[in-house]
Design a protein around this ligand. Structure first.
Ligand code: NAP
Length: 227
């Protein structure tokens, strides 16, 4: 399957590796491929984008537009503050009727750590994306855990939960199936929370997630809903 990953950060890199390992074709999207390749600072993955691409030569890089056109399905791994702008650069014609797996969180680091949420309470980033791109099938998921856990749930012992929010039931069922076959999620650990407005709840788990990260000093944990 051709998969577009909008973004070049740690989430995009971890996703790209996991999807390649499953035999998919992956193209990352960025604002300016030349400028992104020229960056010398190491990201949270511990390497530069160019060293990541050298080590993973099957991963393609293009503009947001090229990547979105390439993908049968699109993953939003952009910074929450830039997600709408990135999707606008991707262009509606390359997005319409496709599924967007939306992993982004509306985190605001402008006042330092810990970040706050710049969309909160009666709205969510997932809803803002869905409103701006009504034909895109936005499925918010996996944003409540570290990217390593997203693609390798076995890093956390026992049962733990992936939430799915979105307006299109068939898109949510497809994404649920992808989480199972791509990454080994147990179907019983995936909870369909409801329409895209339920992303308010999952995005608002982030202030707690960040404090748990501070308390544990590592990211190999996740939320578990027990009934
Ligand atoms: N790190 C995790 O484990 C984790 C867990 C859960 C959710 N998330 C969420 O996943 C997303 C990706 O996180 P990350 O740490 O990998 O990357 P990030 O540093 O949050 O975002 C990097 C990407 O955002 C794009 N971007 C930033 N500002 C932009 C703007 N104004 N217009 C267009 N694009 C813009 C960048 O484009 P360029 O390539 O052009 O620079 C880059 O590709 C975030 O929303 C984060 O909250 C992360």
């Amino acid at each position: 399957m051709n998969i577009s990953i909008l973004g070049t950060g740690i989430v995009a890199q971890v996703f790209a590796k996991a999807l390649l390992a499953k035999g998919h074709q992956v193209q990352l999207g960025t604002r300016d491929a030349k400028a992104s390749l020229a960056r010398t600072e190491k990201g949270m993955s511990g390497e530069t984008l160019s060293s990541f691409l050298q080590a993973n030569p099957l991963v393609k890089l293009g503009s947001f537009q090229e990547s979105a056109a390439f993908g049968e399905i699109i993953v939003n791994a952009t910074n929450g503050a830039g997600s709408i702008a990135a999707l606008e650069l991707a262009q509606e014609k390359n997005l319409n009727d496709k599924i967007l797996i939306d992993i982004a969180n509306p985190l605001d680091f402008s006042k330092g750590m810990p970040p706050t949420l710049f969309i909160v309470n009666d709205n969510s980033l997932g809803e803002e994306i869905q409103k701006r791109f009504p034909k895109l099938k936005v499925v918010k998921t996996l944003n409540t855990m570290s990217c390593e856990v997203m693609v390798d749930p076995a890093r956390v012992r026992g049962d733990h939960t992936a939430f799915v929010s979105g307006n299109d039931a068939s898109a949510k069922a497809q994404v649920t199936n992808y989480l199972v076959i791509w990454f080994g999620w147990k179907p019983t650990n995936i909870i369909d929370v409801g329409n895209i407005s339920t992303a308010r709840g999952t995005e608002q788990l982030l202030p707690l997630w960040i404090r748990l990260f501070g308390a544990f000093q590592h990211a190999n944990f996740n939320f578990h809903i027990a009934k």
